[in-house]
Design a protein around this ligand. Structure first.
Ligand SMILES: O=P(O)(O)OC[C@H]1O[C@](O)(COP(=O)(O)O)[C@@H](O)[C@@H]1O
Ligand SMILES: [Mn+2]
Ligand SMILES: [Mn+2]
Length: 323
């Protein structure tokens, strides 16, 4: 299933990114999200899958499309039964403002391969492969930074830690700075920040702090493929969210690790840049068409591909492809 779907899956995020990128910097985050979601759904429905959205744009009664529980794909007896986590535009606000790190993202697994997470917050720690098993979200910040520095063979002062720029992270930011490490504050987009942390040469070494729980599951799918690690704890804000967690079989207080969040044996992950970012270039238009930049990975096939695509969008387009 995985092999068959890898190159099909990149089309899904490419088309979502192309659609959303038309609205970059126009100041309308709802329009950005709608464009990405419609395009993603259209391509998903062309695939030979019998898919169920397990992480999506929201609950059935609040999201018109790609809601949790929605069926997608061509279906039929030859279709692969799969669970799907989507975030058609991860970073709607940054995208609508023309700022970095807007991406379209998807993870697909065999049935039951991705945790069904409600749309609440999750406290997260994402680290690269050398630090797997050497950090713990329950330890004090300095202890994790020391362990991370040692595993990366550098000093704590050399580390750059990505944190979402939010009021709720004041203490965390102070703690990282006091320990001697440096902080990179981002406006949005902790999925791509987590991916960048797990990739060598991106210049960032970990992601810390709370963000969306759905994004945590998507990140876990990527960590399986990249060999990095996410540790996360669901953070219900009230009794209604606590109830929702229970319904979904999620344990409050428990630390969920990569394997808990994405237990699948067959996982395909794809992300395409909408705006330029730490890991991916954004969509570039050139009149006759557009160019997209994606990362596409398969867990059991053990392949990480960076795909640079030229889309000839204008009818009869004839372009000289430039490297
Ligand atoms: O903005 P909040 O409420 O702090 O939530 C953080 C979450 O929102 C994002 O910044 C953006 O997500 P969307 O653009 O998909 O809404 C995520 O990367 C992050 O996990
Ligand atoms: Mn998101
Ligand atoms: Mn989104």
């Amino acid at each position: 299933m995985e092999r068959a779907l890898v190159l099909e899956t990149v089309r899904v995020t490419e088309q979502a990114a192309l659609a959303a990128s038309r609205l970059v910097g126009k100041g309308d985050k709802i329009a950005v999200d709608r464009a990405g979601t419609e395009a993603m759904r259209e391509v998903l429905n062309e695939l030979d899958i019998d898919g169920t959205i397990v992480i999506g744009e929201g609950e059935m009664d609040e999201a018109p499309m790609l809601y949790i529980g929605e069926k997608v794909g061509k279906g039929g007896k030859n279709a692969y039964p799969v669970d799907i986590a989507v975030d058609p535009v991860e970073g709607t606000t940054v995208t609508s403002r023309g700022l970095p790190n807007g991406v379209a993202v998807i993870a697909i697994s065999e049935k039951g391969g991705l945790v069904h997470a409600p749309d609440i917050y999750m406290d997260k720690l994402v680290v690269p492969p050398p630090a797997v098993g050497r950090v713990n979200i329950d330890w004090p910040i300095e202890a994790n930074l020391k362990a991370l520095a040692t595993s990366l063979n550098r000093d704590v002062e050399d580390l750059l830690i990505v944190v979402l720029d939010r009021e709720r992270h004041q203490d965390l930011i102070r703690g990282i700075r006091n320990a001697g490490a440096r902080v990179k504050l981002i406006g949005d987009g902790d999925v791509i920040a987590g991916l960048a942390a797990a990739v060598r040469g991106s210049g960032v070494h970990a992601l810390m702090g709370s963000g969306g729980a759905p994004e945590g599951v998507v990140t876990a799918a990527a960590m399986k493929c990249l060999g990095g690690e996410i540790q996360g704890r669901f953070l219900p804000a009230d009794d209604a969210q606590r109830e929702r967690l229970k319904q979904m079989g999620v344990t409050e207080g428990k630390v969920y690790r990569t394997e808990d969040l994405a237990p699948g044996e067959n996982i395909v992950f794809s992300a395409t840049g909408i705006t330029d970012g730490d890991l991916l270039d954004g969509v570039r238009f050139f009149g006759e068409g557009a160019r997209t930049h994606s990362i596409v990975m398969g867990y059991s096939s053990r392949i990480v591909r960076f795909i640079d695509s030229v889309h000839l969008l204008r009818k009869g387009a004839r372009v000289t492809v430039r490297i």
